[in-house]
Design a protein around this ligand. Structure first.
Ligand SMILES: C[S@@+](CC[C@H](N)C(=O)[O-])C[C@H]1O[C@@H](n2cnc3c(N)ncnc32)[C@H](O)[C@@H]1O
Length: 238
């Protein structure tokens, strides 16, 4: 199933591995894949494995180690959770660090998360609190996915990675957080999600988000062009 949310935002309910050969190499590949946490912790035995479950359902793909190789051919690449599969990545000095505790709390889960990027640039750090009810953003909004990332974090990583135009591909979309960040930045977005429930969540979320328009956003003129029927999305489709 494919849904075109706007002229710039398209999502697909599918296994991304069946689509990725068709994607253009000049796109930006920014995503948050299943990390193999269920595999590393025995598929349900440890507290981290349980944290990848939501309403009793495990995250698809989390029962085996993640292989990043098929996703490295793109012009710009940013892979979240990459500290879990670092041995299968090339050297890079351009890692991103997300400090999600800001030093004010700690628990049995990680204090930070790393993203591997193919930027030939210095490592960067963002502090952004994200710990249950203690959140630096999206306060009062319900949790939509067990591994949901803050939109503000993903907007930051697009900026740091220099993704200011072109197509952004997100093969492991989850609840569509990166799609929201791309919409707010006026970027084209292709999201793929294998799980029908997470797909439905992302679709509803992106429909809500895009219904609000971009009147206060920096790229508002591009949205105006879209509404007037100008073709802005030639290579969005897989
Ligand atoms: C770590 S979560 C992404 C969470 C997302 N960053 C968010 O903020 O909601 C990874 C997602 O990839 C999906 N997934 C796993 N294997 C997949 C595959 N082969 N194709 C597409 N999606 C897949 C899972 O169902 C899960 O929702």
């Amino acid at each position: 199933m494919t849904d075109r949310i706007t002229g710039r935002i398209e999502i697909v309910n599918a296994d991304c591995y069946t689509l990725l050969d068709a994607w253009p190499s000049d796109a930006a590949l920014v995503t948050d894949p299943p990390y193999g946490i269920g595999f590393a912790h025995g598929g349900g035995g440890g507290c981290l494995a349980r944290s990848t479950r939501f309403a009793g359902a495990a995250i698809q793909g989390d029962d085996r180690p993640f292989d990043p190789a098929p996703f490295l051919r793109f012009a710009r690449v940013c892979l979240w959770g990459a500290n879990n599969f670092a041995s299968r990545l090339p050297d890079s000095r351009g890692w991103l660090v997300w400090d999600k505790r800001e030093g004010i709390c700690t628990n049995d889960q990680a204090d930070c998360e790393l993203a591997w990027t193919n930027r030939d640039a210095v490592a960067r750090l963002k502090s952004h609190l994200w710990n249950g009810m203690l959140k630096a953003s999206e306060r009062g909004e319900p949790r939509m996915h067990p591994m949901q990332k803050p939109v503000a974090l993903l907007a930051w990583c697009l900026d740091v990675c220099g993704v200011r135009d072109g197509l952004v591909i997100d093969p492991f979309m989850g609840s569509g957080s990166l799609g929201v960040a791309c919409h707010r930045a006026g970027l084209r977005y292709l999201g793929v999600e294998i799980d029908p429930e997470h797909y439905a969540t992302a679709k509803a979320r992106l429909q809500r988000e895009t219904a609000q328009g971009l009147l206060c956003m920096p790229n508002a003129p591009r949205q105006t062009a879209e509404r007037s029927g100008a073709s802005l999305d030639a290579d969005v489709r897989p």
